[in-house]
Design a protein around this ligand. Sequence first.
Ligand code: HEM
Ligand code: HEM
Length: 188
Amino acid sequence: MAQKTETLQLKDSPAAYGAISRVNHWGVALGMIALLGSGLLMAYGPLTREAVAPIRDWHKALGVVVLIVGLWRVGWRLAQGAPRPASDMPPWLARAAKAVHWGLLATVLAMPISGILISVYNGRAVTSFGVVIPAQDKVGWIANAAHGVHQFAGWALAGLLVVHVAGALKHHFLDHDATLRRMLRGAA
Ligand code: HEM
Ligand code: HEM
């Protein structure tokens, strides 16, 4: 019986995402979606101050983890470049998809950095699984500016994510191409 030998491709190739990029993508995506949901719930949900407090602690702890993994994830993408699109599409659409990807990567760093600045410059330390980022003397304008960035980048993330997921679903269900498959399972 013929033996099927498939080696696990770790790095990207010009046509496919390797295992490292796929783990990076789905791990950070899960974290960012959980943080976006919890952030919007804290800011606009019906919860009392007491109910928000433990969610805020959890939000900050997970956010610091996303920053650490996110630095690696963005570095890996910068070092690797990106595979070419899985199917032919008009140049403007390929450019738009790329811009959405870079926008999303920017939020992976901007959200946790601004979040940490909100807390520490309001005089509160941030703790995440034993890692402590110490409180600083209160500086109102830094905390307020960081809150503005966190709010703006949070809504930008929500908008980019809607376009990004809609694009992935269109490729899969309407165009029937390998875009979503190759991010889930590797080689197209
Ligand atoms: C890493 C990805 C993160 C995402 C996607 C995210 C998302 C959000 C969103 C959408 C909000 C609501 C903003 C608004 O419209 O007012 C929020 C609030 C907040 N986030 Fe984050 N966040 C992240 C990381 C962090 C980190 C690392 C910290 C701090 C260590 C942090 C601290 C806060 C604080 C203090 C608030 C205000 C909560 C309140 O209104 O009481 N966030 N976040
Ligand atoms: C359910 C949610 C998601 C789905 C279905 C999804 C799907 C995909 C697919 C199919 C690709 C490959 C596109 C291509 O080959 O051109 C991709 C790439 C990408 N996605 Fe997502 N994605 C999701 C969530 C996210 C989130 C939350 C982020 C970031 C915050 C994100 C950031 C990216 C980036 C930066 C790329 C470019 C390749 C890379 O650096 O990994 N995605 N996504």
